[in-house]
Design a protein around this ligand. Structure first.
Ligand code: ADP
Ligand code: DP6
Ligand code: CO
Length: 342
């Protein structure tokens, strides 16, 4: 191919995309295929309004022989994070039949690598911007499949509200879809308890590989998972928040048990997380709709009703003010899917 080939179709070389982070209520943790990022389990998530990434991809500003460049929040990206970006750009270039290096500029309105799903919003935004900048016209499903190759959870951030990522068993069959919920996503919210917004010691990628390879509890979590997902989908169809909350909490706590049983153990929970989990139980005993979920990091997200979210946030702040001083909280509602501008 002519190394100077530039994007032609659509006549576009630069695009900016915004994608929102999503939190899984029923989790993805473990890959059946590492290269294609085919998960072992399907997963169900809520895309959030306040946590998002905006990324610009420009295929026109570098010399044809230059390497891809990226900045995140103004800092130059290098090493493994840059390799992951280049990997996704290569897939887009291959598909578009172009060979230009890209300049990538990204801003995370979500803490990076803290278990608050920056890889989901980050790779969904990168995929949207790169595809349009390369002149590709892709369906949401194709964007979901492509975003999945950057980070599995990013497949779900193409869509707003509730999304299900069907595990599938091939590149073609592993993608997310919006869940038909007749407005239920607007009725639920997450109170995010930010206990530590610093980067985690073990990335999601490494943590899930170690769990699959070494944890004796992994198989039993997978065996329970199908029932959790079935329950959660039935709960969404019935607009039954308690039923959804119970399935979500059981699924997340089971995942963390499996992580801790890995060798060497992976423990994303710290003392503040344990205090927060206890406070969620106490909130429930006090009559709040409140169920906890946690990802690969110490932060706790509390599923509740949109109606009572602000009241629950204040209650949890007061409950945890001595045991977790300096805790930040955010009430996150259902957010929109990917948007791209030229
Ligand atoms: P998180 O819990 O934040 O999703 P992960 O361990 O899954 O943590 O992923 C963190 C990695 O995601 C970062 O090290 C980086 O490689 C990638 N990432 C985060 N934000 C972006 C972004 N805006 N653009 C590209 N890659 C990103
Ligand atoms: C615990 O999608 O970040 O948040 O595919 O390796 O990039 P990679 O991992 P990632 O894993 C997310 C794990 C989780 C659960 C979930 O979001 O479903
Ligand atoms: Co991630």
């Amino acid at each position: 191919m002519d190394p100077r080939a530039a994007p032609q179709r659509g006549g576009c070389v630069k695009a900016t995309a915004t994608a929102h982070a999503n939190i899984a209520l029923i989790k993805y943790w473990g890959k059946a295929n590492e290269d294609l990022i085919i998960p072992i389990t399907s997963s169900l998530s809520l895309t959030l309004d306040d946590l998002f990434t905006t990324t610009t991809v420009d295929f026109s500003s570098l010399e044809p022989t230059a390497a891809d460049q990226a900045t995140l929040d103004g800092a130059t990206v290098s090493g493994r994070p840059l390799e992951r970006i280049c990997g996704l750009l290569d897939l887009v270039r291959e598909r578009a039949g172009i060979d230009q290096p890209a300049k990538v500029t990204s801003e995370n309105m979500v803490p990076t690598a803290a278990g608050l799903a920056s890889s989901a919003s980050g790779f969904a935004a990168l995929t949207g911007a790169a595809a349009v900048a390369a002149g590709l016209e892709l369906s949401d499903r194709e964007l979901s499949r492509l975003a999945r190759r950057g980070s599995g959870s990013a497949s779900r951030s193409i869509f707003g509200g509730l999304a299900i990522w069907h595990a599938g068993d091939s590149d073609e069959t592993s993608f997310a879809d919006p869940v038909v919920d007749h407005g239920f996503a607007q009725e639920i919210s997450l109170v995010v308890l930010v206990l530590n917004s610093g980067p985690k010691a073990v990335s999601s990628r490494d943590g899930m590989r170690r769990t699959v390879d070494t944890s004796p509890l992994y198989e039993s979590w997978v065996a329970e998972h199908a029932g959790h997902l079935r329950e959660a989908l039935a709960a969404v169809a019935d607009r039954d928040l308690p039923r959804l909350g119970e399935a979500a909490e059981a699924n997340a706590l089971g995942m963390h048990a499996a992580m801790r049983a890995a060798n060497p153990p992976i423990n994303y929970m710290n003392d503040a997380s344990c205090a927060a989990l206890q406070a969620v139980k106490d909130a429930r005993a006090a009559g709040f709709p409140a169920w906890a979920t946690m990802d690969a990091g110490p932060n706790v997200k509390v599923l509740t009703s949109t109606k009572r979210a602000a009241e629950l946030e204040a209650w949890l702040q007061s409950r945890l003010k001595d045991s977790v001083p300096g805790m930040d909280t955010v009430v996150a509602h259902a957010g929109p899917g990917l948007t791209v501008t030229r």
